[in-house]
Design a protein around this ligand. Structure first.
Ligand code: NG1
Ligand code: ZN
Length: 564
């Protein structure tokens, strides 16, 4: 292990607090043989491997703040919908966005540095590459979800922040979107881009006030919210204090501090992957009621309902996007703008084919497909006046360009209808957490839209019918052998596997299928959809079987449901 003494020969170009950083680094030695990578979800792995990484992320976040004129940088400790024993850490930029991609490889190198000396060299490289003035002050704001490992990881983070002399705000246990909100609100306070009061009560007040301005007389249909036994349960309880008393809601799966139950048989990821009702909601959700599930850090949302016969129906991120997009395009028309903002939708290849058709053909809206990962969706949505982005798994939000915000602010309505709708649009801007997908803000938005359109869950569901689909996770020798193009919809390698995909897909009516390496797990994902359940399953299983064999696995151990 390299102690401060062994660092003397180090020739660094930047004036980093070498001895403080080296001493702190030695307290959190990097586990030998473990390789980390900063991906779509930041660093994410089993919590027992994460202390050295979180310590180093503290230092990186502080340097990012120095790079950004000493603005607050956010750090969120969460593993979202993943198992309770996992954890993760992600850096949030000053306006609440994700860390830019060009920093990712530096984060990876810094996390993998085997000892204090190489850690310092890697930090020095980062400072030189991005011309960071190390003498500047730095500020970080951080939070964690309810995972038991969070506390020890916060201690590691704090040591990193202390070692580099960073001012820090500990926000305690918060949802991921709350931390994004706080980061942006803190940085914009008192400016023309003021995002709201930079506090948790400020967040609830902003959402609740916007909701009250929007909601008309509510029907009596109750909403059941599955909180995944995570931090969303805390936030939902707190939010209810700010909402009108007639907001009828039943909170389920709120066992925040019971070990082992986080995301277990509940939550947005369970609903999306199993396409069934969380068992804990049996008897709680009645036919005709609306239900929704948050995930473990409350940035994903899934709706669902039971038909009169008790059949389960899921309303996923695509259905949410379709509802929101249709609503916004009509709302914008009713405002009577001279130059209406351009409403558009961003999806990934996982979007159901019929949702794409509905948005493009039925609603006539521009739509782009991008690679998986929030940063891709977010950036593409910024190109629209009003950009709606959602992943099928329920992560998404609506972005308003600064021109659009000016248009709305300066608009002079000519009729009472235009006036009412412009007021609604202003309230919608406040209701939506544009920094990142926010399950709670999205839920209020869906509730408002259903209320305005007088839709029940079934009416919403009937906007289009989902094509049956299947997602399969296939283990392979090395997922890097799988490379894609065209927003991950086609493989460039192995090329012969893509030829097989093309020939299979062509055999199925409404067939679509693609294979891509996961960005967050050591696996390859296979997706297929087709006109019937049987065909979607069969197509997915063929593609999975071929992926397994092309992935260098032993055909003798191929799972029996995979086909060849
Ligand atoms: P990967 O593991 O790259 O498929 C998953 C989700 C993404 C996104 C990220 C980040 C699917 C198929 N993929 O990515 O949509 O949410 O995790 O958490 O749901
Ligand atoms: Zn999440």
């Amino acid at each position: 292990m390299a102690g401060p003494q062994s660092l003397k020969p180090l020739q660094l170009k930047n004036n980093l607090p070498v001895s403080e950083l080296a001493a702190a680094c030695d307290k959190y030695p990097k586990p030998e043989g473990h390789v980390y990578s900063y991906g779509t979800a930041g660093f994410r792995t089993q919590s027992k491997w994460l202390e050295s990484v979180v310590f180093r992320v503290g230092v990186i976040a502080a340097l990012r703040s120095k790079r950004h004129s000493s603005k607050f940088i956010g750090v969120m400790i969460t593993a979202s919908h993943n198992p309770e024993d996992d954890n993760g850490v992600k850096i949030v930029d000053p306006r609440g966005e994700m860390l830019p991609t060009d920093w990712e490889p530096y984060c990876t190198t810094i996390a993998n540095a085997p000892d204090a000396a190489s850690f310092l060299v890697a930090l020095d490289d980062l400072c030189s590459k991005f011309k960071i003035d190390v003498s500047k002050p730095c500020k970080v704001i951080y939070a964690r979800d309810t995972r038991p490992s969070g506390l020890a990881l916060v201690a590691a983070l704090q040591l990193g922040l202390k070692a580099i002399g960073c001012e820090a705000i500990d926000e305690g246990i918060r949802t991921t979107p709350q931390l994004h909100y706080l980061t942006r609100a803190t940085n914009t306070e008192g400016t023309k881009d003021d995002y709201g009061v930079p506090s948790i009560p400020g967040y609830y007040e902003k959402l609740a006030n916007a909701y009250k301005r929007l909601i008309r007389r509510r029907d009596d249909t109750p909403l059941v919210v599955d909180c995944a036994n995570g931090v969303g349960a805390i936030a939902m309880k707190e939010l209810l204090e700010y909402l009108p008393k007639d907001f009828q809601v039943t909170l389920a799966n709120t066992d925040v501090f019971v070990p082992g139950v986080l995301n277990h048989l509940c939550g947005a990821d369970f609903v999306k992957t199993k396409q069934e009702l969380p068992p804990s909601l049996k008897g709680v959700l009645k036919p005709g009621h609306r239900g929704c599930s948050l995930d473990g850090d409350a940035d994903r949302l899934m709706y669902f309902y039971l038909d009169p016969k008790g059949g389960f129906h899921m309303l996923d991120g695509d259905k949410i996007a379709a509802l929101i997009a249709g609503y916004f395009v009509d709302k914008v028309k009713l405002c009577g703008f001279k130059e209406p903002p351009r409403v558009g939708v961003v999806q990934t290849a996982y979007a159901n084919g019929n949702s794409t058709k509905y948005i493009q053909k039925t609603k006539g809206l521009p739509l782009v497909c991008v690679s998986t990962g929030v940063k891709h969706l977010h950036h593409a949505a910024e190109k629209f006046g009003i950009g709606i982005y959602f992943e099928a798994n329920g992560h998404g939000t609506v972005l308003f360009s600064s021109d659009t915000l000016d248009t709305i602010r300066n608009h002079e309505p000519q009729t009472p209808t235009q006036d009412d709708n412009t007021k609604d649009l202003k309230a919608l801007v406040d209701l939506i957490n544009s920094t990142v997908g926010d399950a709670i803000s999205d839920m209020l938005l869906v509730e408002v839209i259903l209320n305005h359109l007088r839709y029940d869950a079934q009416a919403w569901d009937s906007l289009y019918t989902d094509l049956p689909n299947r997602l399969v996770k296939v283990l392979v020798r090395n997922r890097d052998e799988f490379q894609t193009e065209d927003a991950e919809r086609r493989l460039t390698h192995p090329a012969d596997l893509q030829k097989f995909v093309d020939s299979q897909v062509a055999k199925y009516p409404d067939g679509r299928g693609f294979i891509r390496p996961s960005g967050t797990e050591d696996a390859v994902r296979v997706y297929a959809e087709a006109a019937s359940r049987f065909e979607a399953d069969q197509l997915a299983n063929y593609l999975a079987g071929w992926t397994y064999d092309f992935g260098g696995m032993d055909p003798a151990s191929r799972p029996k449901e995979y086909l060849r």
